[in-house]
Design a protein around this ligand. Structure first.
Ligand SMILES: [Zn+2]
Length: 97
């Protein structure tokens, strides 16, 4: 068997860790439904949006950062971590740094 060594030019490889396409209506591998985007994330995840997830198993709703949505397990019936508090849908008028 022969191994092909190929060096991709530039940054052709897609950074999968940053591919965070989260759309309402999608369901992840743990049967967690994306309900809607809720707003900005907490301080430890700046730049991330919070999404409201609903467990198809027990109906529990909770928040999670977009980058973690696809690996999320239900905190109630599937042993996942407790969900994030869901921020208000209306952003503040003074939503600045
Ligand atoms: Zn559940």
């Amino acid at each position: 068997m022969q191994l092909k060594t190929y060096i991709a030019p530039g940054r052709a490889a897609r950074p999968s860790a940053r591919a965070t396409t989260v759309e309402p209506g999608r369901v992840n591998h743990h049967s967690q439904l994306v309900v809607r985007r809720a707003g900005r994330a907490a301080d430890d995840l700046q730049g991330q949006n919070i999404y409201v997830l609903r467990c198809n198993g027990c109906g529990h709703e909770y928040g999670e950062a977009g980058i973690r949505v696809w690996q999320r397990k239900c905190p109630v019936c599937d042993g996942g971590k407790p969900g994030l508090p869901v921020p208000a849908e209306e952003p503040s008028l003074f939503d600045s740094l």
